[in-house]
Design a protein around this ligand. Sequence first.
Ligand code: FAD
Length: 462
Amino acid sequence: MLEERLVEALGHDAVKTAPEDLAAYAFDAYSDGALPDAVVLPASTRDVSAVARIASDLGVPIVARGAGTGLCGGAVPAKGGIVVSFARMNRILELDVRNRRARVQSGVVNLDLSRAALSGGLFYAPDPSSQKVSTIGGNIATNAGGPHCLSYGTTVNHVLGLEIVDSAGGVFETKLDEPGYDLTAAFVGSEGTLGIVTSAWVRLMQLPESVRVWVAAFGTVEAASEAVSAIVGAGIVPTALEMMDAVITKAVEAAFGAGYPTDAGAVLLIESAGFDDDMDAYEAAIRAIAERYGALSWRTARTQAERDALWAGRKGAAAATGRIAPNYYTQDVCVPRSKLPEALRAVEAAAARYDLTVGNVFHAGDGNLHPLLMYDKSDARQIAAVIETGNTILQAAVDLGGTISGEHGVGYEKREAMTRVYSTADLAAMARVRDVFDPTRSLNPDKIFPKGLRCPEVAPPA
Ligand SMILES: Cc1cc2nc3c(=O)[nH]c(=O)nc-3n(C[C@H](O)[C@H](O)[C@H](O)COP(=O)(O)OP(=O)(O)OC[C@H]3O[C@@H](n4cnc5c(N)ncnc54)[C@H](O)[C@@H]3O)c2cc1C
């Protein structure tokens, strides 16, 4: 019945139900396992609306999916149902250079938008390391961050309006420049639980006149962390302030030859953008602080090719760890910047307990840690050790006044951990917001909200 209705609405070519097709949608970059009943590849908002109407008639859940690079199981169906893939809704609908904005379908790949905007001297600022593949729809649903979000802000600061399909198939728009509640922001980060984003107006920014990139090497991650705190504490906000430890720089150099020193305990990748005349002063100020906190060396990338190589190494760091172990698990937690040294010590201690190799590559300026725990998925003991270590790191971040996710979202993975930072009353308030937009709770069910809670507003219907 489900398949027939979907084929009738979208045509054979846009509906997949063969087991081998469904298997390709049963995972994201975090998890695998749960099969959908059908996958649809809509070509328009009207198609998405038709799918939502069918799902609503038949009482079937819907899970929106971008590129599947999510790291918390968000795009994986927890209860079967229909996965709506945005692979075919990947057009830039309007590039409005004069007003520095663009309207894009949800399946547009993040980097493709910046590439398209380049001819107008513009770029799209949120730049998750997955930007070569992750989509604007997925970025909006997770409020994605990235190295340059330190000064430009995360996705929520760059979305001007949304076109949404609701769980009953209705289509509506939110606009930032209209009075009343800011519903656009409410949808950003809602992980596909409030509505399905079909297109978005996003802000574009002018390319800076000048960009400088520097690499500072330190003996230890603690020293590098102290420098990060001091740089931001001095009122300097570089456009990016990233840290990699020795495990990561060695893997990155082996994979890419990006230009990082491999004999340092930690390196900072620092970028400033602005007017050419200001750059020398920026460099002098940041370098002085780095040296005060023990920088062993300081290097300026002289050419665009050198800058690109350093960034390609940083953004390819997770992939480079394939040289260390067959699998890695990325933890994503945030702590106040001043607590970075303690948080990193906690990471090291947690990994040491199970003799796990851990590599740290993260948005240090934001206090957003990403310990990568290396393991072998074929060994059940290692899987158990990674889960235990990940949980210990999560709790350590909370104990240090931080939180359970910096940018990857809650999804399926961290829904139980929500109780570590929110009270039942907090969660009930969030659930009331969800119920306004999706009263049947059929959009991406079993995500974000913990399953164990008794509170009827949060708990799934009996
Ligand atoms: C190597 C690597 C590096 C990464 N680096 C970063 C980083 O620097 N910063 C960062 O924030 N994240 C990062 N991520 C995580 C991930 O790339 C982001 O969460 C990204 O925003 C997901 O986009 P996607 O298109 O792959 O979405 P998916 O994984 O397909 O979906 C993610 C969530 O969005 C929902 N969704 C997708 N499309 C829509 C839509 N149109 N409407 C409503 N809901 C929708 C899904 O249901 C799901 O809940 C990284 C991941 C990897 C593998």
